[in-house]
Design a protein around this ligand. Structure first.
Ligand code: ADP
Length: 519
């Protein structure tokens, strides 16, 4: 009997030891920290995970008080919690902030239960899980959210979010400024309240596109209707807000381009006005050209007739005239010529303007033009005792309008005489090189200031354009000469060193005998 009892006890002892060993093994090798505390908060046991988590040795932890390892705030919570727990109030796990031996803070999620000896509570047993990484991530998330909110609120650019029905979910301060309304007036309202019908339509299309997952890179311009009824314009970029794969809203960032749009509108108005003015001007110019053309014809016909009859009187075809009468007739003739020249210049100018100066091209001998014109101006040169020096080579025929080229040379010679004082000298040179023929007419006259050498070829330009000017003319001759030479693919220019002037003409030579290909 006794033997039997002893063997029963032994068995019990063995199985207790066994279960203790199992428990110890579980305790030591658990994945979470485990510990026991007495009712004063003194650690009675702690497993390896717990010891590692606190970064201390077992000796340093066992026998130490919980308060040495918790922040004061967490200790306070723990105390409260213990009280609630002992009063039978059960709550879920708690989060405590602990201080490791090296001073670093860690966060643990703790589940506790009482250890009882019969009815008496002798301590607590706890399991703690290190959730430092989770807490750190939560902090980071909160911080980044705060930073995003700050950026969102205080950005210079208007920003907003809407849901897929077009209801404003949020809008930042710049967005409120552009709509001239407070957040409370905008959030929760539909975009229909803030857009013109055309812009609303385009916004709806854009929402549809986002829904069908089409990526939209290019911005859109919306015409906004502000709180005070004023219209403003914003250039907006949008992107979908996604929750997983689902699109839940649209985020928009804009730029106020009202000033730019208004300026563009003004510019457009100006352009329309300018185009209208230009058309009117063109119309007026045509009327003027037409008028000059008609009036010059009307003037020229009777004047030519008058000159013809005066010439008949002057050369005594119609009977003898006395010396006094002849003098008067010659004055009439000279002035008629001046008038005819002026009217012809006006006619040429108006014909040049509407491209009606029909040139008649053919083979032209510049030598014969030169001798003809020199002969014609001899009397005028003689009157002023101006000597004419000729240095003229035999030139090849060129392709041109004989009458017009004669007009050019005549004009230059008349100018040379006009601007050269008595007893001056005019030199006429003509030569050729491989590609051109060149004619130069130099005088010893008043010369042309260097800065006017180009302007004299402009219409109506005269070096002395004052009312008291010494020399007559309308300032048209050289501009006509230039147009004629241009139409011959040539060049005309003036040179002056202060003592006299030289006018040069360069005309292309014929490339082949037929000549037509030349022009
Ligand atoms: P205009 O009939 O008034 O002479 P042009 O077109 O023939 O008009 O000449 C324009 C201007 O060029 C003249 O008014 C004059 O000032 C200047 N000019 C032309 N030829 C000469 C020259 N040989 N010597 C000096 N000035 C000249």
């Amino acid at each position: 009997m006794v033997t039997k009892d002893i063997s029963e006890k032994k068995k019990l002892e063995i199985s207790l030891k066994d279960s203790e060993a199992k428990y110890r093994d579980l305790f030591e090798n658990a994945q979470d920290a485990m510990y026991t505390l007495d009712m004063n908060g003194t650690f009675l046991a702690m497993n390896n995970v717990g010891i590692d988590a606190l970064g201390a040795t077992k000796d340093e932890i066992i026998g130490s008080n919980l308060s040495e390892w918790l922040t004061p705030e967490s200790m306070e919570i723990a105390r409260k919690r213990l009280k609630e727990y002992s009063n039978g109030i059960h709550k879920g796990p708690m989060v405590y902030e602990m201080v490791r031996k090296d001073g670093e803070h860690i966060w643990v999620e703790v589940k506790n239960r009482f250890i009882r000896d019969g009815e008496r509570i002798t301590g607590t047993h706890g399991i703690a899980r290190d959730i430092t990484e989770k807490i750190r991530l939560e902090h980071q998330l909160k911080e980044s959210e705060a930073r995003y909110r700050d950026l969102f609120e205080n950005a210079d650019y208007p920003m907003y979010t809407i849901d897929m029905n077009g209801i404003f979910q949020s809008i930042n301060n710049a967005g409120c400024r552009i709509l001239e309304a407070g957040k409370e007036k905008i959030i929760g309202t539909h975009i229909v309240n803030w857009l013109t019908p055309e812009s609303l339509e385009s916004a709806k299309q854009r929402i549809k596109k986002h829904l069908s997952s089409v990526s939209i890179e290019e911005p859109v311009i919306y015409e906004l209707v502000c709180n005070n009824g004023e219209h403003r314009w914003a250039e907006i970029r949008t992107r979908p807000i996604k929750e997983g794969n689902r699109i839940t809203g649209i985020h928009g960032i804009g730029r106020d381009i009202t000033e730019k749009i208004k300026l563009e509108q003004k510019l457009k108005d100006y352009r329309v006005k300018l185009e209208r003015s230009y058309e009117e001007l063109l119309e007026a110019d045509n009327v003027k050209t037409e008028f000059i053309s008609n009036i010059t014809h009307e003037l020229l016909t009777p004047l030519t007739s008058i000159r013809g009859f005066v010439e008949l009187l002057d050369d005594e075809t119609m009977g003898k005239v006395n010396v006094e009468q002849k003098k008067s007739l010659e004055i009439i003739l000279r002035n008629s010529d001046r008038l005819i020249k002026l009217i012809k210049e006006l006619l040429d100018t108006s014909n040049l303007e509407n491209n009606k100066l029909g040139l008649q091209f053919g083979l032209v001998s510049l030598n014969s033009i030169l001798s003809k014109t020199i002969q014609d101006i001899h009397p005028q040169a003689n009157d002023k005792q101006i000597i004419i020096i000729k240095d003229i080579q035999q030139l090849p025929e060129i392709w041109g309008d004989e009458e017009r080229l004669l007009q050019v040379i005549m004009n230059l010679l008349i100018n040379a005489i006009k601007f050269t004082p008595h007893t001056g000298k005019i030199t006429i040179k003509a030569k050729e090189d491989s590609e051109h023929v060149k004619i130069s007419i130099s005088d010893t006259g008043i010369g042309i200031p260097a800065d006017k050498l180009n302007s004299i070829f402009e219409r109506f330009y005269q070096v002395d354009g004052s009312a008291k000017r010494k020399y007559g003319g309308a300032g048209l001759g050289l501009s006509i000469c230039k147009s004629i030479i241009d139409k011959h693919y040539g060049k005309i220019w003036a040179q002056s060193d202060g003592k006299g002037s030289t006018f040069h003409i360069l005309l292309p030579k014929l490339k082949n005998k037929e000549g037509e290909n030349n022009v």
